[in-house]
Design a binder for this molecule. Structure first.
Ligand code: AR6
Length: 178
């Protein structure tokens, strides 16, 4: 499968997706919160909070895996994005590390399909254009040298992110999935 057919763009609620793993934009305590994290915790149920509380947190730029519990997805990979502090606090490298460490965990767990939320681009304030470039660049480099995951979905909730990814990925309107 060529690189282009392994990457898909969708505009949807990530909690609804029937994929092997979804990627949560978590905080370092893995304590649940607002945004996509809140939506995932609500949809997965209380067992997710119990599992997260046993993981000893997760540092910024790192990722940890749990079961998906009540979600259609089998796994959740929780990654902790950087808070945007103006751009001189290693934010770009840390965001790249979120995507990379998540993909490494996906590979170790033989995950075939994975859906990423737009890490750090909500409450954490990372500029969306730069975040989208980092997401697509890191995922593309990883897929070029690894057979798994076979399929990566970028899941955009807001129109601005969707349009940015559409442009970076060079997707025409007719290629839209929804
Ligand atoms: N499905 C897909 N994407 C979503 C959904 C959803 N249901 N809901 C929101 N988004 P954010 P962050 C998008 O704020 O910036 C939490 O409190 C949203 O449009 O969820 O990494 C955590 O506990 C945005 O583009 O994550 C942390 O404390 C993207 O998800 C903190 O927020 C990420 O926005 C993490 O902040």
């Amino acid at each position: 499968m060529n690189l282009k057919s392994r990457i898909k763009l969708i505009q949807d609620d990530i909690t609804k997706l029937n994929v092997d793993a979804i990627v949560n934009a978590a905080n370092s305590r893995l304590a649940g919160g607002g945004g996509v994290d809140g939506a995932i915790h609500r949809a997965a149920g209380v067992e997710l909070s119990e599992a997260c509380s046993k993981l000893n947190g997760c540092s910024t730029g790192s990722s940890k895996i749990t079961s998906g519990y009540k979600l259609p997805a089998r796994y959740i990979i929780h990654t902790v994005g950087p808070v945007w502090r103006g751009g001189n606090s290693n934010e770009k490298q840390l965001l790249e590390s979120c995507y990379y460490t998540t993909l490494e965990i996906a590979l170790q767990n033989k995950i075939k399909s994975i859906a990423f939320s737009n890490i750090s681009t909500g409450i954490y304030g990372f500029p969306k254009p730069e975040a989208a470039e980092i997401a697509v660049g890191t995922v593309s480099s990883f897929l070029k040298i690894n057979l798994l995951p076979e399929q990566v979905f970028f899941v955009c909730f807001d129109e601005q992110n969707y349009n940015l990814y559409e442009e970076i990925l060079g997707i025409k309107n007719d290629d839209r999935l929804i």
